[in-house]
Each structure stands twice: as structure tokens, then as C-alpha cells.
Unconditional design. Structure first.
Length: 202
């Protein structure tokens, strides 16, 4: 594992140089600071999923190619949807612990949904695939179209749903606290207001 992680930085630098991309350009494209990218390439910053996902998307390569992970066993992830509070979460990663990735589906609704912002420990990152996402974070009320991303501290009151009543699809990264709050089965059943209102915490 240590050898794999140590090889990530040089591999990223070689890939960037081969594409003729500067650190400044890469920072603009990925939203990652130049200093973080430089430390990542030099091995001074540990590679994480939050850093590697935008880089894989920018370079248009699989994550495994960035880390040089050996392909052992069955590489396929068997997608088993999780349904909570009227939402659907499809796991996209299977690594135990740490940050987990999901495809989140917000269904279309005929009646408008009253936002119910909630808080929980952790941090969240999302990327809109389809539809118009309405995102409330603190006193900010935003509409994100496909192709836009957001990240926020989930200790700040937040809520997300459809901006126009149509279905929304997005990718979401949860840290362990977020996974427990969003997709882990709870001891009690959701009340009718939670089930009707849909996204109660994210």
C-alpha cells in the first residue's frame, strides 16, 4: 500500500507534463489549489478520493490508472440501491471506512417540497449529473445545473432537492459521519413528514 501511494505523485506529474498542462491551469479546472497539487505531485500530500476524483475527471482516466492499483479479483462494484426518506442512494465504492461515493437520485414531485435544513458532523461534496438541484447551505439558496459541483461543512444547516420539481441525479461523496447520517439504516422508522419531504439532511 505504501509503495502504491508513493508512486501516485510521480505518476500525476508525468501525466500532467504529458498533457502539457500547468499547475495553474489544473487548479482552475479541478478547483484544487496549486499548492495542494504541487504537494500531491511531490509526495508531501497524501492522495485522497476528494483530490483524485477531480483529477481523474480532468484527465479522463480511471481512478485505478492514477494510483496504479493492481487489478485483483472481480473489479466490478455490484450496485445495490439504498432507499431512505424518499431518496435513492446507489453505492459507487466498496472500500470500508473513509470517504464513500454514491449516486443520489431525487425523484420528480408534483407538489413543492418545503425545505427542512438539518445538520450533522462531517463534510460533503456533490456533482450534478442531470436536472436542476436546489441547494440550501446556511443563508445561501442556490440552483445548480448539470456539470456544477459544491462542497460544504455539514455542521451548517443544509438541504437539497429539485429546483423545478423534476428528477435530479448527482454524485455525492460522504465522509463516515455523512454516510451514517444519510444512508445507514436507522434504529427507528422515518416519520411521515420525513418520507414526504425527501432530502432531510442533504
Amino acid at each position: 500500500m505504501e509503495d502504491v501511494l508513493e508512486a501516485v505523485g510521480p505518476r500525476l506529474r508525468a501525466l500532467r507534463n504529458a498533457r502539457g498542462i500547468t499547475l495553474a491551469d489544473l487548479a482552475v479546472t479541478t478547483g484544487i489549489s496549486e499548492s495542494t497539487l504541487s504537494r500531491l505531485e511531490s509526495g508531501q500530500r497524501k492522495a485522497t478520493l476528494e483530490l483524485l476524483l477531480p483529477l481523474a475527471r480532468t484527465y479522463d482516466v480511471p481512478l485505478d490508472d492514477l494510483v496504479g492499483a493492481p487489478r485483483t479479483g472481480d473489479p466490478r462494484i455490484h450496485l445495490k440501491p439504498i432507499h431512505r426518506f424518499g431518496l435513492t442512494f446507489v453505492p459507487l465504492s466498496r472500500r470500508p471506512g473513509g470517504v464513500q461515493s454514491f449516486k443520489m437520485l431525487i425523484p420528480a414531485r408534483r407538489e413543492p417540497v418545503e425545505p427542512t435544513p438539518q445538520t450533522h458532523p462531517g463534510f460533503e461534496w456533490l456533482y450534478v449529473l442531470n436536472g436542476q438541484l436546489r441547494l440550501l447551505v446556511g443563508d445561501r439558496d442556490l440552483v445548480l445545473p448539470p456539470g456544477q459541483a459544491a462542497e460544504f461543512d455539514t455542521s451548517v444547516p443544509h438541504w437539497l432537492g429539485s429546483a423545478d420539481g423534476e428528477a435530479v441525479e448527482l454524485l455525492v461523496l460522504f465522509d463516515p459521519q455523512g454516510v451514517r447520517a444519510h444512508v445507514r439504516p436507522s434504529a427507528g422508522r422515518a416519520g411521515p413528514d420525513q418520507a414526504r419531504n425527501g432530502p432531510v439532511t442533504s
